[in-house]
Design a protein around this ligand. Structure first.
Ligand SMILES: NC(=O)c1ccc[n+]([C@@H]2O[C@H](COP(=O)([O-])OP(=O)(O)OC[C@H]3O[C@@H](n4cnc5c(N)ncnc54)[C@H](OP(=O)(O)O)[C@@H]3O)[C@@H](O)[C@H]2O)c1
Length: 246
């Protein structure tokens, strides 16, 4: 069995790969540019006793995604138990100030690639397989500088509902996890030199007075992909510590 994570070389995707891969399974980590992180991720997982492979592919096109999945099938055993979409590309500033082709390419990475991933992976998914998409508050709220990400999350959350209905009869489930603020490269690209300030404000605004950690969202993800969660599909699960209630 294989755990395949698009965007698994660093950040949240890496934590998902690390937390979801079971003994004896293979982790496949997809990435585009950050080769050093990919190498480090494979080494870290090896120290945890997990066999992992990093696969470089530009997932802004259907062909790039298809290449990633065919490599994942070749390197693993061809059977995907968990498929995670943790890809994000940030465009700083107002979207109307960017070239439309650039925005389209970024939206392809953030949104369309989920559809392409499920399409390409479908022959490798079987009863009990699960797909997880990393979403965020931006799916329903306007966050300054997040215009190329928020609408992609809204698209994906709706797509997940449609795919859940199509995949359900075959025993395949799809859900989204929304983990709240995490200190990653993507977050630092959104907020630049205001990132530390934003993280602290986010922590203070959270009723639990701390940010969610990988332990929090990985534990939830582990449950969602488990057989015990067989009736959970087509949903978005927020790990916000109550911030969304205010
Ligand atoms: N950080 C947060 O506060 C937060 C909160 C809620 C949800 N999320 C979501 O969690 C997910 C992971 O985000 P993160 O914060 O962990 O970001 P991150 O550390 O910046 O990771 C982004 C990943 O996307 C990959 N990627 C980007 N464009 C690609 C392309 N064209 N082809 C292949 N791979 C590509 C990157 O690969 P390279 O390393 O090679 O560039 C990297 O693995 C995203 O969906 C994000 O929206 C994040």
């Amino acid at each position: 069995m294989t755990v395949v994570v698009a965007g698994g070389n660093r950040g949240i995707g890496f934590e998902m790969a690390r937390g979801l891969t079971q003994p004896g399974e293979t982790a496949i980590l997809g990435y585009q540019r950050d080769e050093a992180s990919a190498r480090e991720a494979v080494e870290t997982l090896a120290k945890d006793g997990i066999t992992a492979f990093a696969v470089q592919s530009d997932m802004s096109t259907p062909e790039g995604v298809a290449h990633f999945i065919s490599e994942a099938a070749r390197l693993g055993d061809g059977s995907i138990r968990v498929l995670v979409h943790s890809l994000v590309r940030v465009l700083q500033g107002p979207i109307l100030e960017h070239d439309v082709h650039e925005i389209t390419s970024v939206l392809n990475v953030n949104a369309m690639s989920l559809l392409w991933l499920v399409h390409a992976a479908r022959p490798h998914l079987d009863r009990g397989s699960c797909i997880l998409f990393l979403s965020s508050r931006g799916s329903t709220r306007v966050i300054p500088g997040y215009g190329a990400v928020g609408p992609a999350k809204a698209f994906a959350e709706s797509l997940i509902k449609n795919l859940a209905v199509e995949l359900g009869p075959d025993g395949i489930r799809i859900n989204a996890i929304s983990p709240g603020t995490q200190d990653t490269q993507a977050l630092r690209q959104v907020y630049g030199d205001k990132t530390d300030e934003k993280i602290e404000a986010s922590r203070k605004a959270t009723p639990m007075r701390r940010l969610a950690t990988p332990k929090d969202y990985v534990a939830l993800s582990r449950f969602i992909v488990s057989p015990e969660a067989e009736m959970l599909t087509g949903q978005t699960y927020m790990v916000y510590g109550g911030t969304d209630l205010i």
